[in-house]
Design a protein around this ligand. Structure first.
Ligand code: GCO
Length: 454
């Protein structure tokens, strides 16, 4: 079993989580700059003002990426660095930073995988309604045109939007992420439709870049069958694409199918039409055509999942986790089997090549007396998950093209601040000193052997 010779091995990061340089070189505030400075929004009042200071330590970080040895790196652009007014005038100093990043990657034989939107909308556009304003589709199209013009000659792999589920779920429904809104069903459905239009517009633009491939990164609750029985597989499949429910009721924005069905099938899921008509936005045929602009891949961000079985009465039962089951620093269960099942379930429905856009574990890592970071749990997590993924990659007709570990380095974990450490590289947030953890060298070996050592 192996991953194939063209497999992409990488790590992933996001602009607001690592860059810092908040007001530098003409960048305007994004909604995350605003939100993080609201009292009580983030643990301990931490912000991404400095983060990992990647903006000033680019060369050092590029060298570490080179030392790691992957052939790919996934990063996101800060829209407000490039277009401080959201649209219109381009900020050259901001765009230069990404030129240096992209050139630095290419010089080191690392393929850039670029995300246009990892949640940091320019605040000026939020002031005009953000995703509640249908014009967001035009703003995003203009931004994509700028990206194409500036970087299209060197960047060929694009993600339009990262995790729309979390973006609207945490940002527009629960209010725990920027812009901190808790909206009504009607508004949520509107924001979701506008987001899909924005995605469609960007995909259309990016597809015109010669040699490009375009997709987006999805999360959403994942389900694996509790046994090898066909009925349990069917239960996992059904649950994966159902409408997510939580204590507030049906959640229109949190499921995989919320976005993937309109994007890949050109129509909303059946469950979407169960929401009363008066709450649904007007949807035209041309909207759906735009939204379903053909993509090249589906990227899955996977951290954990649940196990389900089909009961005798036809219902689906979610299995409880055993007492004392292992959990990460985020309190998420460790379910490596899901990285075997989820890609297969997704391929069965959407028939697309798959990237694992993110996968990783937060641990309470610290520097040992010997100056090293012995993060054995992370190494075990990586091994277990990659073994599952490798099995999936070797199934018939499977097309799994790459794996991006989240994350390259410890960073700003949104509302949790700097407490959860997801990195292969340890960052001391007082001195900003980087120290590769043991898992860095472990992943380096995996990459070197193309997974043969797993
Ligand atoms: C995500 C995010 C990352 C998180 C990671 C860990 O896409 O949710 O892309 O920004 O830091 O998932 O929670």
């Amino acid at each position: 079993m192996n991953f194939g010779k063209d497999f992409y091995w990488g790590t992933a990061t996001a602009s607001y989580q690592i860059e810092g340089g908040r007001c530098e070189d003409g960048k305007s505030d994004s909604i995350w700059d605003t939100f993080a400075h609201k009292s009580g929004a983030i643990e301990r009042g931490e912000t991404g003002d400095v983060a990992c200071d990647h903006y000033h330590r680019l060369d050092e970080d590029l060298d570490l990426l080179k030392e790691l040895g992957g052939n790919a790196y996934r990063f996101s652009l800060s829209w407000s660095r490039i277009l401080p007014n959201g649209t219109g005038k381009i900020n050259e100093k901001g765009t230069d930073f990404y030129n240096r990043l992209i050139d630095g990657l290419l010089e080191r034989n690392i393929t850039p995988f670029m995300t246009l939107y990892h949640w940091d909308l320019p605040q000026v556009l939020q002031n005009r309604g953000g995703f509640l304003n249908r014009e967001i589709a035009d703003w995003f199209a203009e931004y994509a045109e700028v990206v194409k013009k500036l970087y299209g000659d060197r960047v060929k792999h694009y993600f339009t939007i990262n995790e729309p589920q979390t973006m609207l779920g945490c940002g527009y429904r629960e209010g725990v992420h920027a812009p901190g809104l808790a909206l009504s069903l009607r508004e949520l459905l509107l924001a979701m439709h506008n987001l899909l239009l924005a995605h469609g517009n960007a995909a259309k633009v990016l597809k015109t870049i010669p040699g490009s491939e375009v997709g987006y990164a999805s999360c959403g609750m994942l389900y694996a069958p509790a046994s090898d029985k066909k009925e349990d597989f069917e239960a996992a499949y059904e649950r994966t694409f159902a409408c997510r429910q939580d204590w507030r009721g049906k959640d229109p924005v949190g499921s995989i199918s919320s976005y993937a069905d309109p994007i890949f099938f050109g129509k909303y899921s059946d469950w979407w039409y169960e929401f009363p008509e008066e709450f649904r936005p007007e949807v035209t045929e041309s909207d759906m055509k735009l939204i379903s602009t053909p993509l090249d891949f589906f990227a899955l961000n996977m951290y954990d999942g649940r196990f389900v079985r089909r009961c005798d009465d036809g219902n689906i039962e979610e299995l409880p986790f055993k007492a004392g089951a292992q959990k990460t620093q985020m309190n998420w269960e460790v379910t490596p089997e899901v990285l075997y099942w989820a890609p297969l379930i997704l391929q069965k429905r959407y028939k697309k090549k798959i990237y694992i856009g993110e996968n990783g574990i937060a641990c309470s890592d610290f520097v040992f007396l010997d100056g090293k970071i012995h993060d054995t749990y992370r190494q075990e997590y990586i091994k277990m998950h990659l073994r599952s993924l490798c099995r999936a990659a070797n199934e018939k007709d499977s097309k799994i093209a790459g794996y991006f570990h989240w994350s390259f380095m410890d960073n700003f974990e949104w509302s949790f601040g700097y407490r959860p450490r997801f990195g292969l590289v340890h960052v001391d947030f007082e001195t900003l000193k980087r120290t590769p953890k043991d898992s860095f060298y472990y992943y380096q070996d995996i990459i070197k052997t193309n997974g043969e050592n797993l």
